[in-house]
Write a protein that binds this ligand. Sequence first.
Ligand code: G3P
Ligand code: CA
Length: 279
Amino acid sequence: MKSALRFVLMGGVLKAAPRILVHGHRGARAARPENTLPAFEYAIAAGADFLELDVAVTRDDVLVVSHDPVFNPDICRAPGGSRVIRELTLAELRLWDCGSLHNPRFPSQQPVPGARIPTLDEVLDLAGSGAFGFNIETKSFPEHPELTPPPERFAALLLAAIRRRRLESRVVVQSFDFRTLAALRALAPEIRRAALDERGRCDFVSLAREAAEAQIVAPAFALVTPEKVRAAHAAGIEVVPWTANAAPAWDCLINAGVDGIITDDPAGLLAYLRERNLR
Ligand code: G3P
Ligand code: CA
């Protein structure tokens, strides 16, 4: 039987251990091809609290799980034709093989030949295999409206997929494009929103306000300081940085008091937290 409350020494003081949620980035990119069903299944089996995933939209308005809005030759193989997801039907996009190529940035990544870009529906269908959440990023680009539907349509498509499965309470929607967060808030204020940031141009509280009153800020991990986290917490805002993959960064974030960590290596981070009595 596990004890409900754990204690750890932090800065020489014995404190109640925080529960830091582990988000598997693109599923578990360190172990399986990113944003594929095998990557999400791996993250679930490892015990990740959230699956982080990126969403694009096909020409026939199907939400699909891809970081890149256009063909990325480093991770996929494809026959000829358009390389832009928004210009392809789902059937055409399914010809891409995004599991055979080994991503050299992740030496432990195990290829899964033939893996296709999944639909968001297929990923959400994994909900029954555990109590984890979904951290869904709308990949939308104000400077490139041709790559996605307008923000209101994007949000409506996403909301329909979430509601079909009654997953509202298990979903966080994150974006760099705050227009999609504002559109989602107007349609479904009950779904939690996260403001992504990589530039650090303002404090976390202002960032959340700017992003349709997001309940979570998700900065690049190097932007995190204990002071910024404290100020966010004082305003009731959670901090879930990305994408930290090794012990030095994990230590900084743990000591800063973050609420979650987005990592390509959810199994590694979970083991690290367990070793430190933080799980
Ligand atoms: O979860 C946030 C992180 O995924 C944002 O960066 O480029 O990996 O989608 P990116
Ligand atoms: Ca992402």
